[in-house]
Design a protein around this ligand. Structure first.
Ligand code: NAP
Ligand code: G4F
Length: 365
């Protein structure tokens, strides 16, 4: 009998990589997707196509929403999963400052709704639960690198909601004996990354500059640092957490950090351009060293009301207990994203595929 997994946020970056991993491992994979006025399952298209070529699809999607307890409970009751991965979230930190109440509803109360469903359905002794926690909960911490013992200091509505979810997950583990784990993941990117996160904004922007579709990329804080890994490596870590005899909390990170500025320079090198920086603060620009063309500009709209400190993770516990290590280097990651966006033309081509078979994924379209 194959195991059954349920993924919330299956239409997102991590959801698509995790679904692929679990299908490869022989799981029957179910996902909760939100109802939208246009197709939002583009990232899953390749998986669906794959299943069309072989055995009956082991991937099923169900409409639901983390803000709606009844839909969450109904899907869990119907699917009877062995493992639940809660990846669904309003995941954009800057957006959370403008939508604090909604972000709290999805990111903090969403996991409460899932865990209460597990309790009310009396499946707490059977199901294993993964919560997508985040390095953002360390926020303004002075300690570096950060590990599972580092004090929390969240600095955004997003991070505060995720910290609520972190403690909720621990509570259901300790109070009710649920196999529940927090993956405290540092930034992880890929060609499937949403286009408003800084890495994909840069790689897609460069691809569009090279095509003559835009003249420059407009960014915020160039000196922000992040510990960037590859999403493919991180979903492997999520799965490993749920294969342990007990639930626990683990940091996943590369232990190496770079600035946004370095990401920009590395990505432009892929298309043979060297960036020279001129000016200060929001007047700073990045020019092509040969042509002098301004390729990077700054705009205050991309600055946040409060920024986190230097986030860099220590994943020693995951290495020792899960045997997890990230494979892709920073350079590998930038290269893969650039190759993808140069080939596919970034956002415009990604979304222009009209997936007429999308409803084939749905049990209740
Ligand atoms: P993502 O690409 O933004 O995907 C988020 C997913 O959540 C999408 O499938 C989205 O659906 C879904 N979602 C949003 N609101 C929902 C709601 N109300 N009900 C049900 N589903 C909802 O994010 P990601 O990068 O894959 O990240 C996955 C999870 O890990 C998130 O919880 C994020 O906060 C967390 N995390 C990410 C990173 C990272 O660096 N990527 C690091 C640490 C933690 P739509 O497609 O309909 O929008
Ligand atoms: O790419 P970002 O928006 O990612 P951020 O805020 O680190 O959040 C991501 O990683 C978290 C894990 O630590 C996840 F929990 C979260 O869900 C999400 O996946 O911004 C990265 C850095 C920030 O310091 C930001 O100020 O890039 C800086 N930045 C500079 N210019 C920009 C821009 N960020 C965005 N989104 N857009 C810009 O133009």
């Amino acid at each position: 009998m194959s195991k059954i997994a349920l993924i919330t946020g299956i239409t997102g970056q991590d959801g698509s990589y995790l679904a692929q991993l679990l299908l490869t491992k022989g799981y029957e994979v179910h996902g909760i997707r939100r109802r939208a006025s246009s197709f939002n399952t583009m990232r899953l298209e390749a998986l669906h196509q794959h299943s069309l070529s072989g055995a009956p699809s082991r991937l099923r999607l169900h409409f639901g929403d983390l803000t709606d307890a009844s839909s969450v409970t109904q899907v869990i009751a119907k699917v009877q999963p062995d493992e639940i991965y809660n990846l669904g979230a309003q995941s954009h930190v800057n957006v959370s400052f403008g939508t604090p109440e909604y972000t709290t509803d999805v990111n903090a109360l969403g996991p409460v709704r899932i865990l209460e469903a597990i309790r009310s359905l009396k499946i707490g002794n059977k199901v294993r639960f993964y919560q997508a926690s985040t390095s953002e909960i360390f926020g303004a911490t002075q300690e570096a690198p950060q590990n599972e013992s580092t004090a929390f200091s969240p600095r955004s509505p997003y991070a505060i909601a995720k910290l609520h979810a972190y403690w909720t997950t621990r509570l259901y583990r300790q109070a009710y004996g649920v196999h529940a784990s927090n993956g405290i993941l540092f930034n992880h990117e890929s060609p499937m990354r949403g286009e408003t996160f800084v890495t994909r904004k840069i790689t897609r922007g460069i691809a569009d500059i090279e095509r003559g579709l835009q003249s420059s990329i407009v960014l915020g804080n160039l000196d922000a640092t992040r510990d960037w890994g590859h999403a493919r490596d991180y979903v492997e870590g999520m799965w490993r957490m749920l294969q342990q005899p007990e639930g626990d909390d683990y940091v996943l990170a590369t232990g190496v950090s770079h600035t946004v500025r370095t990401f920009v320079e590395t990505a432009f090198r892929h298309v043979g351009r060297t960036i020279i920086w001129e000016g200060e603060d929001l007047s700073e620009v990045g020019r092509d060293a040969v042509s002098g063309q301004v390729l990077v500009r700054c705009d205050g709209q991309h600055l946040r009301p409060s920024e986190v400190g230097a986030l860099i993770g220590d994943a020693s516990k995951a290495k020792a207990r899960l045997g997890w290590t990230p494979r892709a280097s920073f350079e590998d990651l930038v290269e893969e994203m650039m190759v993808h966006d140069m080939r596919l033309g970034g956002f415009s081509n990604f979304t222009s595929r009209a997936p007429s078979r999308q409803s084939g994924l749905l049990e209740s379209a």
